[in-house]
Design a protein around this ligand. Structure first.
Ligand SMILES: Nc1nc2c(ncn2[C@@H]2O[C@H](COP(=O)(O)OP(=O)(O)OP(=O)(O)O)[C@@H](O)[C@H]2O)c(=O)[nH]1
Length: 344
């Protein structure tokens, strides 16, 4: 058996060492790897997205020396493994199966400010080798720290990196590698947008959800509709209109306000509702909120369950909820989530 690297489980949502039964069950959940050279930004990304760390606080992070495992229990239970950047995972003495077996997606974090020739070489070697033994892994390259580049330089850098990786892989015989590219920064919503796309690649029923969200958007006259994981702010599906960072930001801010308000004014349903019927009715409907005319937009949120909310944005500043057919459409969404995903 090959050597392994020490692993560390950190934080409240992280897999615990003590509970072996619990742990082995979680280890079967889809795994997502964060890889890349030292100081590329892997731990910062994991902390900002999943631990709500303020981006500016990431400058105090130490180098990671052990695998950090983060387990999230939201719409989809999955593990994120943050791998130390200084280790050569292709070294034959490594127990590769313990790291790469069961991986659904790998994110390669590439520091756009670095001399990226070195990391492009590591990345293409890694993809090439893993493709032989683990062909189902999906790869995403985060061209990261993009906030430090000017608009023009950004486009050139992204184009150059994409081209180099594609050429290198072509040279070794990989013509259409399953790689997606995202420009990211922890200082804006691009990191959440990119992570959303990675998570969506792990949802086999995504086309069904997207087509349903397209239908809802059209019939209710929404410009953009999302299914949001409320805690992480990752959206697990949206309609298929083009990515709109501004719409994402407005929806994300809206969730923050709703969560803050419900922390102050919310109540614990089990203790306050003694009438079973009343509680069932509330759960079937789901909490709802909408605001008209925020910077010319209407925002609409409907809770599907504790984790998942339907959120839509309309350019009509005077959205009329009663005429919108929203109840019928959200009902259809709930039915689909239940039937197709066995979820809700
Ligand atoms: N400008 C900018 N800096 C970032 C961004 N993301 C991370 N950083 C900074 O990059 C530095 C390294 O971040 P880490 O998260 O520790 O990098 P890492 O890849 O986990 O590094 P190792 O643990 O050594 O493998 C920190 O100073 C972060 O503040 C970003 O999007 N933009």
């Amino acid at each position: 058996m090959g050597k392994g690297i020490p692993t560390a489980d950190a934080g409240p949502t992280t897999t615990g060492n003590g509970d072996i039964k619990h742990r082995s069950k979680r280890d079967q959940k889809p795994r997502l790897l964060l890889m890349g050279l030292k100081r590329s930004g892997k731990t910062s990304i994991s902390n900002v997205v999943f631990r709500k760390m303020t981006p500016s606080d990431t400058i105090f992070l130490d180098t990671t020396t052990t695998i950090q495992k983060e387990a999230t229990h939201t719409f989809m239970d999955f593990q994120i493994w943050d791998l130390p950047g200084q280790i050569d995972y292709l070294d034959r003495s490594f127990d590769a199966e313990s790291i790469f077996g069961g991986v659904g997606a790998m994110i390669w974090v590439l520091d756009a400010l670095d001399n990226y020739m070195e990391t492009v070489g590591h990345l293409t070697d890694t993809v090439f080798h893993l493709q032989q033994s683990y062909p189902s892994i999906k790869y995403s390259v985060f061209i990261h720290k993009i906030d430090c580049l000017t608009e023009d330089l950004r486009d050139d850098t992204v184009r150059d990196i994409t081209q180099r990786i594609t050429d290198d892989l072509y040279d070794v015989g990989l013509e259409n590698p399953p790689i997606s590219y995202h420009s990211t920064s922890i200082f804006d919503s691009s990191i959440f947008e990119a992570f959303s796309k990675v998570m969506q690649s792990l949802v086999p029923q995504l086309p069904v959800l997207e087509s349903l969200l397209d239908t809802i958007g059209a019939s209710c006259h929404f410009e953009k509709v999302y299914l949001f994981d409320v805690i992480s702010k990752i959206y697990i599906a949206s309609d298929t209109t083009s990515v709109d960072l501004r719409a994402y930001e407005l929806c994300s801010d809206f969730i923050n306000i709703i969560v803050d308000l419900s922390e102050v004014y919310g109540w614990h349903q089990e203790t306050d509702f003694h009438e079973g019927e009343q509680l069932a009715a509330l759960q079937a409907h789901g909490a709802e909120s909408y605001v008209n005319n925020i910077k010319g937009y209407t925002l609409y949120l409907r809770e599907i369950n504790r984790n998942l909310s339907f959120i839509a944005i309309s350019k009509d500043p005077a959205f009329d909820r009663e005429k919108s057919l929203i109840d019928y459409n959200v009902g259809m969404l709930r039915d689909t989530l239940l039937k197709v995903l066995d979820y809700v």
